[in-house]
Design a protein around this ligand. Structure first.
Ligand SMILES: Nc1nc2c(ncn2[C@@H]2O[C@H](COP(=O)(O)OP(=O)(O)OP(=O)(O)O)[C@@H](O)[C@H]2O)c(=O)[nH]1
Ligand SMILES: [Mg+2]
Length: 313
């Protein structure tokens, strides 16, 4: 049976169906995006070994027979050094008022960090059920697990549950889904069952380019990169044509991004194109250009143009 709800044509959910918005928060680099992708069984958010990979809120929708979970992956909560960082932290914090439940992700292979304490303070101030997810058990020596997990639990006395998982190795995720089922309220499906995210394909394409830049470039260069899609069109021959401008902050970074004879930009483009083709299920022609925009991470008008709109900008 189908019915019209809020403009969506949705299938009627079974009795006892649960649903809700689940904010995925934590300090940078603990595996929030990896965890969301693993719970969805599909890559939506980009992942890298560098802190501060995610810059926006990104939804991922998991539809099962008896529940629909709308995850909101968020940037890592940290001490910002520029307007982009402030925007990122704001994005993370703004996921909380609409959330039914919070997954607080930590890296249990390490002891709690000052940034974890900052997240703890933020969560204590909210009246929300929190599940403490201690990630990276695969990388945690057994004799550290007990001590580190006790230290994280002590930071989250209000947590309704805690669980150790490996998002990378798919350990503990079925048990985590069961905890979500236990703590989400009864409710309808908010989205059609085949919808996996609310973000646009052109945003994801820009993210996939940035992901390859994060993988292939070193030091500060990847953090100084922003990607703007200038054209995204479906050609008659079935090819998706995408033109994007890759911004850096300095001429020296432009040189590194281009590489010898443009070889680095070519590598980034070719790896990103393959990923975008998987997402689009179509051949993709990706045309990348490089431009310098000095200090764009500090400049409110640049941030606005690049889609990072801060409230105080
Ligand atoms: N060993 C191990 N590594 C993991 C696990 N989960 C994530 N990682 C790695 O941790 C790094 C950061 O992962 P992300 O998912 O980008 O982390 P994040 O919390 O989203 O980071 P930000 O977006 O920067 O806040 C990547 O190198 C991941 O491969 C895990 O369960 N085990
Ligand atoms: Mg992330």
């Amino acid at each position: 049976m189908e019915s019209e709800t809020q403009g969506y044509l949705v299938e009627e959910a079974p009795a006892h169906h649960r649903s809700g918005f689940v904010a995925v928060v934590g300090r940078p680099n603990v595996g929030k995006s990896t965890l969301m992708n693993a719970l969805l069984g599909q890559k939506i958010a980009i992942v890298s070994a560098r802190p501060q990979t995610t810059r926006n809120r990104i939804s991922g929708i998991l539809t099962l027979e008896d529940m629909q979970v709308v995850f909101i992956d968020t940037p890592g909560i940290h001490q910002p050094e520029h307007n982009l960082g402030r925007y990122m932290v704001e994005q993370a914090l703004s996921s909380l008022p609409d959330a039914d439940l919070v997954l607080w992700v930590t890296d249990v292979s390490r002891r709690p960090h000052d940034e974890d304490r900052r997240v703890a303070e933020v969560l204590v101030a909210q009246d929300l059920p929190v599940i403490l997810v201690m990630n990276k058990i695969d990388a945690t020596p057994p004799d550290h697990l007990l001590e580190n997990s006790a230290a994280f639990r002590a930071l989250a006395p209000q947590a309704v549950e805690d669980i150790a998982v490996s998002a990378l190795r798919d350990q503990g995720l079925e048990a985590l889904r069961d905890l979500l089922r236990k703590h989400l309220p009864l409710g309808p499906r908010y989205f059609p069952p085949d919808q996996v995210t609310e973000v646009q394909e052109r945003f994801l394409a820009a993210e996939l380019v940035r992901e390859q830049a994060l993988h292939l470039l070193r030091e500060e260069v990847p953090h100084a990169i922003a990607v703007e899609i200038e054209e995204f069109s479906h050609r008659d021959n079935g090819v998706v044509y995408i033109a994007a401008r890759v911004f850096v902050e300095r001429d020296s970074q432009k040189g590194i991004l281009l590489g010898k004879g443009g070889s680095m930009l070519k590598r980034i483009g070719s790896a990103a194109r393959k990923e975008i083709e998987v997402m689009m299920e179509a051949p993709v022609y990706l045309d990348l250009h490089v431009a310098v925009r000095p200090q764009w991470r500090r400049n409110p008008s640049d941030l606005r143009k690049l889609g990072y709109v801060t409230m105080d900008a």
